[in-house]
Design a binder for this molecule. Structure first.
Ligand SMILES: C[S@@+](CC[C@H](N)C(=O)[O-])C[C@H]1O[C@@H](n2cnc3c(N)ncnc32)[C@H](O)[C@@H]1O
Length: 281
């Protein structure tokens, strides 16, 4: 497989999230849990943001938690999939509704120095170039602003990836970036004091079908460039089911998630930090 074939096809990703907007909230139990943990991390930060960006806001699950923490702040919800934002705009009450912007996170339609807090729950892994995404965030963030995010790491869905590998040579599961590479990209974009860590969660399913159905309902399709084109035949699926069975324990099939948590501060001027620094943190 060529290196570019691991990258997400952005048009496919957008279509897939558009199609999932109605089923997302019901199926996104893991995403909601990770979003709640991300918001809790705000409680130890001494900040009083005025303008907040929720990047890849989806249906806006994190927005009520932002309003309740920051009573005077305005929230902008940005997402590439318009139907997701139709749900997000109903979050909050009265005049405290988010401003919704349908755009690509890698090309932000905002002026320089627009936000003093940016949160992003499980969106980064859909972007093609984390370094340029962070550079764009550095531009729209006010000096001293906080960037807080989650993403998936390479071990995510490793059982599904390995099982497909026994069936054919196509890429069937999206590829995820390592925590250290994300940290390096933050430093290259001149974010200060990056802190990264990883948590692991395992969900269980009665069968592979249930797992694949759930991924579809949240829009997390395989959108890598190296995905098979056309329908996957019955024999292939049957072989996948058999390959995944070797992971069955106590009557259920596990699906592992590696959750990458990160935060960093927008800087005002050029600063140079050694890449080794992040390893020592
Ligand atoms: C897994 S969902 C997470 C949604 C929300 N943050 C949450 O906590 O439920 C990922 C979201 O990122 C959006 N997304 C993916 N790629 C994007 C991009 N390049 N720019 C903006 N949004 C993007 C998708 O449309 C989707 O709504």
């Amino acid at each position: 497989m060529q290196p570019g074939e691991q990258l997400p096809d952005k048009v496919m990703a957008r279509r897939s999230f558009e199609a999932a907007a109605e089923s997302y909230d019901q199926a996104a139990v893991l995403q909601q849990e990770i979003g709640a943990r991300l918001l809790q991390r705000l409680d130890i930060m001494k900040i009083q943001p005025q303008r907040i960006l929720d990047l890849g806001a989806g249906t806006g699950g994190c927005i009520p938690g932002l309003y309740s923490r920051y009573k005077k702040a305005g929230v902008v919800a940005l997402d590439i999939a318009l139907p997701m934002l139709r749900h997000a705009r109903r979050r909050g009450r009265w005049l405290r509704r988010p401003q919704c912007v349908c755009a690509d996170a890698e090309r932000l339609p905002f002026a320089d120095n627009s936000f003093d807090l940016v949160i992003s729950n499980l969106m980064l892994q859909w972007c093609l170039d984390t370094a340029s995404l962070f550079a764009e965030l550095q531009r729209v963030m006010r000096p001293g602003g906080l960037l807080l995010f989650t993403s998936f790491g390479p071990d995510t869905l490793h059982e599904l990836r390995d099982s497909w590998r026994q069936v054919d040579d196509y890429s069937h599961v999206n590829a995820f970036q390592d925590m250290h590479d994300v940290g390096d990209a933050l430093l290259r974009a001149r974010f200060a004091d990056p802190v990264m860590d990883v948590e692991r969660l395992t969900l269980t399913y009665p069968d592979v079908w249930q797992l694949m159905r759930e991924l579809k309902q949240i829009g997390a399709h395989n959108v890598t460039g190296g995905r098979p084109r056309g329908l996957t035949g019955k024999t292939h699926i049957q072989r996948l089911v058999e390959a995944y069975e070797k992971y069955r324990r106590d009557g259920v099939l596990p699906a592992s998630y590696e959750i990458v948590n990160g935060h960093a501060w927008a800087s005002s001027q050029e600063c140079s930090v050694s890449l080794e620094d992040i390893g020592r943190r």
